[in-house]
Design a protein around this ligand. Structure first.
Ligand code: RNT
Ligand code: ZN
Length: 421
């Protein structure tokens, strides 16, 4: 195991090396410390929620795997979440879905109130986590035919509009209580498996529903509204009502946040390139950082080229204050706490790498038209001693450096998770 002394010594050398390029590693870490990642609660229980024992059903999203030990109650999920964040450097947020309400089984989703989230909020307060929120428009009998806010059935549409209104009140309550705006995101599964005739009607109804949900003006210091589009889902392969173009237009028109999920585009599209495009017109956006493998599979985020490029865009464009970074993956085939830790640490690593880039220097080279040096430099940067800075950042954040976090997860699995059979 690497000792603190070794980490500090290696860091000193790395600091010098980066210094030669005009990069201040201490400043990069100070900037990084300010970035909060919103960790999605749903990695902890395979997008199940605590309304019923059946868990995820419908909505065209799917968690695969049967790794033992998933959280079955809010208390278990909170304990698992605390374990995960104890192994991640920095101060972060919890992103909760409406189906994690603590209602003791009473009432439906259109009747949800802030009081059903008191347990979560008090816990977040005690742990100094910010919170973000999501309406849950899937895994429900009223979503069974694949349509919610765009449904042609007036009763169904009304039910989900009421849910949307309830969720904004809950989000505002979270933001007010915790003193940090709660990004409240809307994603709906609506769409058709096969080729529809009427693509227009559902979209017009969705616009109407959103207008109704958003009609109440709520203080932006408490609540930030976001909408998330998508390309396809299981069972909505041919047509998705809330497509990217639909929500991009809606967000621009209404001055709200657009959510870009990295799994929600054609596999050869890169979300990194979309940031500066949409940020030219929007004040703020939300990211759902995910990893699609051949399709929108929601694999655990890793330190891929795509992730690095995304972080570079956030740093190069000076967007860190305007972009809310949320994660969205769910793997039920590995230890769920490890999944959180791996994905979140990778997101933070990618940001650190981007912050350690001599961006001004590269931009100058580019402006001079020296594309040879630009490519050469970008490749040389890849083998700089990034790991030494990362380990030092973990050390200074009082979390395990290197793979030392894994033994803690294994111990927790042995002591806690294995008793959940
Ligand atoms: C689904 C969306 C959505 C969900 C979560 C659970 O394709 O990505 O964000 O993953 O709300
Ligand atoms: Zn998403």
């Amino acid at each position: 195991m690497t000792t603190s002394r070794q980490i500090e010594q290696t860091y000193k050398l790395a600091r010098e090396r980066y210094g030669e390029l005009g990069v201040n590693t201490d400043m990069a870490m100070r900037q990084l410390r300010k970035v909060a990642i919103s960790l999605h609660c749903w990695q902890g229980d395979d997008v199940g929620g605590f309304e019923s024992a059946d868990g995820l059903s419908g909505g065209g999203i799917m968690a695969t795997g049967a790794y033992p030990g998933k959280a079955r109650t809010a208390d278990e999920l909170r304990a698992d979440f605390e374990k995960a964040v104890s192994l991640i450097p920095g101060r972060h947020r919890l992103n909760l879905h409406a189906m994690y309400a603590e209602t003791k089984g009473k009432g439906d989703r259109n009747e949800l109130e802030p009081r059903h989230f008191k347990g979560w909020v008090q816990w977040a307060q005690a742990n100094r986590f910010g919170m973000d929120f999501n309406g849950t428009y899937f895994s429900h009998p009223k979503a069974a035919d694949g349509f919610t806010l765009s449904s042609a059935d007036k009763g169904i549409r009304k039910f989900w509009v009421e849910h949307g209104i309830a969720c904004r009140k809950i989000g505002a309550y979270m933001g007010r209580q915790l003193g940090t705006p709660c990004v409240t995101n809307t994603w709906i599964p609506d769409g058709y498996k096969d080729i529809p005739i009427d693509r227009k009607g559902p979209r017009e109804r969705l616009k109407e529903s959103l207008d109704e949900i958003l009609s109440d003006k709520i203080n932006r210091n408490h609540l930030l509204d976001a909408v998330e589009g998508k390309l396809f889902g299981i069972g909505s392969e041919s047509y998705v009502v809330g497509s990217h173009e639909f929500y991009l237009s809606y967000a621009v028109t209404n001055g709200m946040l657009l959510c870009l999920d990295t799994g929600h585009f054609h596999p050869t599209e890169t979300v990194a390139d979309k940031i500066s495009a949409v940020m030219t017109f929007l004040d703020e956006i939300l990211l759902h950082v995910s990893r699609g493998v051949r399709w929108d599979s929601d694999h655990v985020v890793i330190l891929s080229d795509e992730l690095a490029a995304l972080a570079q865009e956030l740093v190069r464009g000076d967007y860190l204050d305007r972009v809310h970074i949320g994660l969205d993956f769910f793997d039920a085939s590995i230890n769920r706490i490890a999944a959180w830790v791996i994905g979140t640490r990778c997101m933070i690593k990618a940001l650190l790498m981007a912050l350690l880039e001599p961006t001004k220097k590269l931009a100058r080279i580019e402006a001079q038209g020296d594309h040879t040096s630009r490519l050469a430099m970008l490749e040389e940067l890849k083998t700089l001693p990034f790991g030494a800075v990362w380990d030092y950042y973990c050390l200074k954040s009082s979390v395990p450096a290197g793979d030392a976090w894994l033994s803690e997860v294994k111990a927790y699995e042995g002591n806690v998770l294995s008793n959940r059979m």
